[in-house]
Ligand binder design. Structure first.
Ligand code: GLA
Length: 361
């Protein structure tokens, strides 16, 4: 017995010799458990595809460590749920919501009404047909997720790419501006607790578009349309003017609504917002470029904290969030490195920069 105890004791001693010093161990474990979500004074989100997430342990680790909010990249869009006439498919959306719940994350719904990629049976409807379809679709989808989805992008990209005109989507063509109000009222009736957003891009570099957005939101509030927030996609370019970005948030904050940075990435190269419209001026990363991107991410986090009063901060969500998976490369047909994680899913200087912008006091 004494011999056995001695062996156990010696084993413990040897084990101690292998262990890292106590302080290093503490640092390492602290690093392992504190993500962006733990240092941010508001929700930090990531947009994911549940199929990709299911088969990718490293990606899952990033999501569960870093984010407190989840958006589905494509599986909650109309073109996914209503791809086939007369039949709604919730399979992937349900799995995404279940994943968020299992990991204690807020689920954000994106997007109820968006013109892109729709099947012909939807795009060809007349006014009465479109009204009936939108009412039933939004009611069914929002009811399906009632109490489990915290907020929705009710309408996405209702404005033209540039300027302040409403986009001639199939919804607009059939119903004029009325489809926007119908969408918000129907969503609110289906889930009165859900926060309802209008979401768009380019408003941080196009003042006419920002004016039109703010005007529309103010008009909706005045006429009692249930809208609670504005989403800024923020697919930003490194060259965008941070003074204008700050001004944009300040103006939007004056509406008193929730403000969500809903799809953040930070692009080096130039594009014209159209598919295939990229110009690849930079084709490889240098330490200087990575440092500049880190500074820019830090500044963006700081601007959000400084300009958006705490009760209006719905949070910052990253779109794709790894250079490996970024949509920018495929969509604009150019190489780029717009996210916090590199092609091997390692955090870039951008990650540290953004984190600094969250943590500074
Ligand atoms: C827009 C949409 C997103 C996503 C991105 C890129 O920003 O709002 O849902 O589709 O384009 O793919």
């Amino acid at each position: 017995m004494a011999r056995l105890l001695l062996i156990v004791f010696l084993g413990w001693l040897v084990g101690c010799g292998d262990a890292p010093p106590a302080n290093e161990q503490t640092d390492a474990s602290r690093k392992a458990v504190t993500g962006l979500k733990d240092v941010a004074p508001f929700p930090i989100g990531g947009a994911v595809s549940i199929r990709k997430l299911a088969g990718d342990t490293a990606l899952r680790a990033i999501v569960t460590t870093e984010f407190s909010s989840l958006t589905s990249t494509n599986d909650m869009k109309m073109y996914s749920i209503a791809a086939r006439e007369g039949q709604l498919d919730f399979a992937r959306a349900d799995s995404t919501v279940a994943f968020a719940e299992a990991n204690g994350m807020r689920m954000f719904g994106h997007a109820l009404v968006w013109h892109y990629g729709l099947p012909e049976y939807i795009t060809s409807k007349d006014r009465a047909g479109m009204e009936a379809f939108l009412t039933e679709y939004i009611d069914t989808v929002v009811t399906h997720f009632r109490g489990r989805v915290d907020g929705w992008d009710v309408v996405n990209e209702v404005f033209d790419t540039r300027g302040g005109e409403l986009r001639a989507t199939p919804f607009y063509t059939a119903m004029g501006e009325d489809y926007i109000e119908l969408a918000f009222r129907t969503a609110h009736a289906a889930d009165p607790q859900a926060k309802l957003f209008i979401n768009d891009f380019g408003t941080e570099r196009d003042t006419s578009k920002l004016n039109a957005l703010v005007d529309l939101v103010v008009r909706m509030r005045q006429t009692g349309v249930p809208i609670h927030g504005i989403g800024f996609q923020w697919h930003q370019q490194m060259r965008d003017d941070t003074a204008v970005i700050r001004q944009t948030l300040r103006r939007a904050a004056a509406t008193g609504l929730l403000l969500h940075i809903s799809e953040l990435d930070l692009i080096f190269n130039t594009h014209n917002d159209a598919a295939g419209g990229g110009v690849e001026e930079i084709s490889r990363m240098t330490p200087e470029l990575l440092a500049a991107q880190a500074d820019r991410y830090e500044t963006l986090a700081r601007i959000y904290r400084q300009e958006v009063p705490a009760p209006q901060r719905y949070g910052i969500t990253f779109w794709d969030f790894t250079d490996r998976d970024t949509w920018i490369r495929g969509f604009f047909d150019m190489n780029d490195w717009p996210t916090l994680y590199d092609d091997d899913l390692q955090p870039k200087p951008a990650y540290d920069g953004f984190r600094r912008g969250l943590e500074e006091r």
